[in-house]
Design a protein around this ligand. Structure first.
Ligand code: ADP
Ligand code: MG
Length: 355
């Protein structure tokens, strides 16, 4: 729905901030722009609501060149949240939120119920906060008002330029959760600028990594982490690893219940129903034994990552798999172990302490 086509921006002093930039932001997605200071993130954002004009190329919203929109309508339809908390200090919270809806000539009743709804959405009791002045609120609360003010007139697009970077870590995390929760309800198209990879990964449906006015990489968070593709992106990601990159040896178990050695199994008359892994007397993997039948299914190498293993086994109907090192069976990977491992990792990431 927002499309940049070969956009460049050269400032009056000759600084080339954006170079031949092409990008599509899909309707209803959160796209995070990330990159070092000076790489052109703010310039990119400000071109969307025409605070800055491109030097060449064009930007489209819903296939219409933004130059062809009435500038007021364009801006009313784009909420904008800045890094600096920019509430008007002499207006109450209610008045601050009302600015754009009033310009759009909303009726009193509609406006009043909208304000209550927005304050409730971010956990601020309307009867308490409506009449307060910005200075009576904490930094985190003020920025929360900044966010809902941008949403007030129900714009289709929201631009957020490092909106939480001035906040303490706790307020920041709270607001990131607010945004995720809000987005599930409102499904806006959001462009979110940050220089913090954690924030980008947490919030973005897709992440656009920028460097010196150009796109280095545009991809979903998990793909970016698993396959950075360049040193620049890798450095940005830091040493953060996805659980999917864990070596399968850390997840598989050495539980013997699934293993049958040919030496234990001389007599085919005591075949058992169920799925087993068959080895020879030296522990070399032979084949699976499923309800008494030899089956040749996927074999996982112990050096593989969980991701590579999952790719390998995803089409198999088995739920347990042999893990080998030089053909020798070293452990067993089960769907149950994988599930438990991933769930634990997710819980750790979300700070859930398991009993
Ligand atoms: P970011 O938001 O990623 O830090 P900006 O978009 O603010 O980057 O800036 C990109 C480049 O353009 C930087 O080199 C910056 O110094 C330069 N720049 C930004 N605004 C202006 C301006 N008004 N005039 C000249 N150069 C500018
Ligand atoms: Mg900036």
């Amino acid at each position: 729905m927002i499309e940049f086509k070969n956009v460049s921006k050269v400032y009056a002093d000759g600084t080339q901030a954006i170079k031949d930039f092409s990008l599509q932001v899909k309707r209803g997605e959160i796209l995070t722009l990330i990159g070092p200071s000076g790489c052109g993130k703010t310039t990119t954002m400000k071109m969307i609501n025409r605070l800055i004009e491109p030097s060449s190329g064009a930007i489209y919203i819903d296939d219409k060149n933004i130059k062809d929109y009435n500038i007021h309508e364009l801006r009313w339809n784009i909420g904008y949240v800045l890094q600096q908390i920019a509430l008007f200090p002499h207006m109450t919270i209610e008045e601050n939120i009302s600015i754009v809806p009033e310009m759009k000539k909303w009726g009193k009743k509609k406006l009043s119920s909208r304000i209550d709804e927005l304050l409730e959405m971010v956990g601020l009791e309307p009867s308490i906060y409506k009449k307060r002045m910005p200075s009576e609120l904490s930094g985190g609360q003020q920025q929360r008002i900044g966010v809902i003010r941008a949403l007030a007139a129900d714009p289709d697009i929201i631009l957020m330029d490092e909106p939480f970077s001035a906040l303490d870590p706790l307020s920041r995390e709270q607001l990131q959760m607010d945004i995720r929760k809000l987005q599930q309800e409102i499904k806006k198209t959001i462009v979110f600028v940050t220089h913090d990879m954690d924030e980008a990964l947490k919030l973005g449906d897709r992440i656009c990594v920028m460097k010196e006015g150009e796109i280095v990489r545009l991809d979903a968070p998990d793909r970016l982490v698993m396959q950075p593709g360049s040193e620049f992106v890798e450095e940005f990601i830091g040493n953060r690893k996805s659980p999917w990159q864990t070596s399968v040896g850390n997840i598989s178990s050495t539980d013997k219940q699934y293993i049958i050695s040919s030496s234990d199994f001389a007599d085919s008359s005591n075949l058992q129903p169920g799925t087993f892994i068959m080895t020879d007397e030296n522990g070399i993997y032979q084949h699976m034994l499923i309800n008494g039948k030899a089956v040749h299914g996927p074999v996982i190498d112990s050096a593989m990552s969980l991701y590579e293993s999952a790719e390998l086994i995803k089409d198999s109907s088995q739920t347990i798999f042999p893990v080998v090192e030089n053909q020798k069976l070293v452990s067993v990977l089960t769907y149950r172990d994988m599930m438990e491992f991933l769930l634990n990792q997710a819980n750790m990431e979300n700070g859930v302490v398991r009993p």
